[in-house]
Design a protein around this ligand. Structure first.
Ligand SMILES: [Zn+2]
Length: 260
C-alpha cells in the first residue's frame, strides 16, 4: 500500500458518503456537514450585524418572506427550512444592494436594496431566490467543497513529498486554483440558477407576479447593482439569467394560486 492510498481512500470515502440530491433540479450535491453546524455559525454572524432599529419596512419584508417560506415548504424534502415561526428578519444598515437568507432561518435585507425593489413583487423576487439557497443547502455544499479542496491539497502534499521544492510549490499553488475554476465557479452558477428557478416558483405560488423577476434582474444589471457580494461574479451572465427566467415562466405561472 503506497503512502498515498490512505489519504486518497479518505477523500473517496468523503465523496461517496456525502452525496445528496437537490430538490427539483435533481442535481447531485456533496454535503459533508450538518446544517445545524452552519446554522450556529450563521446565527453568530447575524447577531453581529448592524441592524436598522424600528425600520417601518421590516413588517413588509417579514410578511412577504413568510409567504415565500410557506410556498417553499412542499419542495423541502430534506426538511431544512425552519418552521415559519422560527425565522428572524432584519433590515441591515448597509447601503450595498444585497440580501441574504441563512440556514437556521435568518433573513437580512440591506437598506440599500430598497432602491431596487419598489414593489412587493420585487421584494418577493429577492426573498424567493434567497430562501431557495437555504432549501437547496447551497451553504453546506460550498463548505463541503472547501473541505474536499483542503483534503486534496493534503493528498498532493503527500504525493510530491519526494519531488523538488519547486515542483511541490507549483502543485500547492495550482491545485486550489484548478479546483476554483473547475469546481467552485460552475457549481456556484448551478446554485444561482437553481435558486432563480425555485425562487420564481415560490413567488408565483405565494401569489406574487413572477414577471417581476426578469424585470428586476434587467433593472439591477443596468444600474450596476450587480457589483455586490451575493449578486455578482458567480451569478449567471445577466442575459443567460433573464433568458432562463423567461423559459421557466409558463411553469411558474401554472403554480400560481387560482384567481377568485
Ligand atoms: Zn444567489
Amino acid at each position: 500500500m503506497s503512502r498515498l492510498t490512505a489519504p486518497l481512500l479518505a477523500v473517496a470515502a468523503l465523496l461517496l458518503a456525502g452525496c445528496e440530491t437537490v430538490p427539483v433540479s435533481g442535481r447531485s450535491q456533496l454535503i459533508l456537514i450538518d446544517d445545524s453546524d452552519i446554522s450556529a455559525l450563521a446565527a453568530g454572524e447575524f447577531a453581529k450585524m448592524k441592524k436598522v432599529p424600528n425600520d417601518p419596512r421590516l413588517a413588509k419584508v417579514r410578511e412577504i418572506g413568510l409567504k415565500i417560506i410557506a410556498a417553499a415548504r412542499p419542495d423541502d424534502s430534506a426538511r431544512v427550512l425552519p418552521t415559519p415561526g422560527r425565522w428572524e428578519f432584519a433590515i441591515i444598515d448597509d447601503k450595498t444592494p444585497n440580501a441574504f437568507a441563512m440556514p437556521g432561518g435568518k433573513i437580512g435585507f440591506n437598506s440599500g436594496m430598497f432602491a431596487f425593489t419598489p414593489t412587493d413583487d420585487d421584494i418577493a423576487v429577492i426573498l424567493g431566490h434567497e430562501v431557495a439557497h437555504v432549501l437547496c443547502r447551497h451553504g453546506a455544499e460550498r463548505v463541503s467543497q472547501g473541505l474536499v479542496m483542503a483534503a486534496s491539497v493534503a493528498v498532493a502534499d503527500q504525493a510530491t513529498r519526494n519531488k523538488s521544492e519547486s515542483t511541490r510549490r507549483a502543485w500547492m499553488v495550482a491545485l486550489p486554483a484548478v479546483a476554483q475554476i473547475g469546481v467552485m465557479l460552475p457549481y456556484s452558477r448551478a446554485h444561482e440558477s437553481e435558486s432563480d428557478k425555485l425562487g420564481l416558483f415560490f413567488m408565483a405560488r405565494a401569489g406574487y407576479n413572477p414577471e417581476a423577476a426578469p424585470a428586476f434582474w434587467s433593472r439591477f444589471a443596468a444600474k450596476g447593482g450587480s457589483k455586490t457580494p451575493e449578486f455578482l461574479s458567480t451569478h449567471p451572465a445577466d442575459t443567460t439569467r433573464i433568458r432562463n427566467l423567461r423559459a421557466w415562466m409558463p411553469e411558474a405561472k401554472a403554480q400560481a394560486p387560482a384567481k377568485r
